[in-house]
Ligand binder design. Structure first.
Ligand code: TXA
Ligand code: MG
Length: 335
């Protein structure tokens, strides 16, 4: 599939906005990860997203909007919790699931009667949404099941190989996405708000606005279709050591380092003499920012046949890092 880069200039953004309005696909940076966007009012354009990603048709998409007023144009009702959260936390890495207007194409909603809406804070995403003048349906710009891309190069590598000769993608290069994990998804369509996916905005920040969040009930997988699927997985099998740094260093000293790629906090990497290692830095926000790029880098590293990640911190955005690694891992070892 052809991927054509556009600069993050006024001309580039103008070209990308016109392409969206014409029903074409545009990959663009957001503060969380890169998205693969299409006109969210055009079912044929949106269908191409599923084709390019190889995404299951029952996994709905997020509509990206420029502000809360634009979100209300796709929502059948705008619940009080949506109003409070949008007032306080938009633009930012928070997606709200609300009742959908029947005019929202079924292909966007994955057949549900709700729709997910998010108002991104990344300046290029905001300029693109303004230029397009449309709600933009956009999942992360990876092939389904793989780690999400946080750079334009990662998007080009992920989508360039897709075997979809009739569809092209424009790619706005805006540098690395600063947060590095996807938005937090909260369902506000029912009586009590439910946290469907941990992400770039901490649970605490949301609970300060609307009080305690529920978790999805057991046996309610349809409330969060995306959480059903294996996701974020590199090609090489990943083992997650869900243990503290000291315990992980002990465990890793017993293992052969050859052919194994390591993704861990800086202090773990520095305590070991590991030939193929990527540092997750010193804090949960550092780790979120490097996580997907680190997995993709190790997955391309010559001569490796397996990966090991060390993480055991659910504070703030650390919860989202833990969630992504647990879902990416073929095996989780706990201390
Ligand atoms: O940060 C993000 O959210 C990125 C950037 C590009 O904005 N987008 C993203 O999209 O992560 P995607 O498609 O990879 O993940 C969307 C998640 C999935 O878990 C999906 O199941 C859920 O949102 N979702 C979408 N619509 C929903 C709905 N109506 N009800 C429940 N969950 C929904
Ligand atoms: Mg995704």
């Amino acid at each position: 599939m052809a991927v054509t880069r556009l600069p993050a200039s006024a001309a580039g953004i103008g070209r990308a906005g016109a392409a969206l309005a014409a029903g074409e696909l545009v990959a663009f940076p957001t503060e969380t990860v890169y998205g693969l966007g299409a006109d969210g009012t055009n079912p044929r354009a949106v269908a191409n997203i599923y084709l390019v990603k190889g995404r299951p048709p029952d996994n709905p998409l997020i509509l990206h909007v420029v502000d809360a007023a634009a979100a209300q144009e796709v929502a059948r009702v705008w619940p009080d919790d949506a109003r409070r959260l949008a007032d306080r936390l938009w633009p930012g890495p928070l997606t709200l699931v609300v009742p959908a207007r029947p005019t929202v194409p079924r292909v966007v909603r994955g057949g549900l009667d709700t729709v997910a809406v998010r108002c991104p804070s990344h300046p290029l995403a905001r300029r693109l949404l303004a230029a397009a003048g449309l709600p933009v349906a956009a999942p992360s710009a990876n092939r389904s099941g793989q780690p999400s891309p946080t750079t334009a190069d990662a998007v080009a590598r992920a989508l360039g190989g897709a075997d979809v000769p009739d569809v092209g993608v424009w790619l706005v290069d805006g540098g690395p996405s600063p947060i590095g994990v996807e938005s937090t998804v909260v369902d506000v369509s029912r009586a009590r708000p439910v946290l469907l996916r941990p992400g770039g905005l901490s649970r605490e920040a949301i609970e300060q606005v609307v009080g305690p969040l529920d978790s999805p009930g057991a046996g309610e997988p349809a409330r969060s279709p995306g959480m059903r699927y294996r996701h974020y997985a590199p090609d090489r099998p990943l083992v997650l050591l869900a243990m503290d740094p000291e315990a992980a260093v002990q465990a890793l000293r017993q293992r052969p380092a050859a052919q194994t790629g390591l993704l861990a906090e800086r202090r773990v990497v520095e305590a070991l003499d590991w030939p193929a290692a990527v540092s997750l830095g010193d804090s949960p926000s550092d780790a979120a920012a490097v996580l997907f790029e680190g997995l993709l880098t190790l997955d391309r590293w010559p001569g490796l046949d397996r990966l090991v990640a060390v993480w055991n911190n659910r504070e703030g955005v650390g919860w989202a890092v833990m969630n992504r690694l647990e879902r990416a891992a073929a095996e989780v070892m706990r201390a």
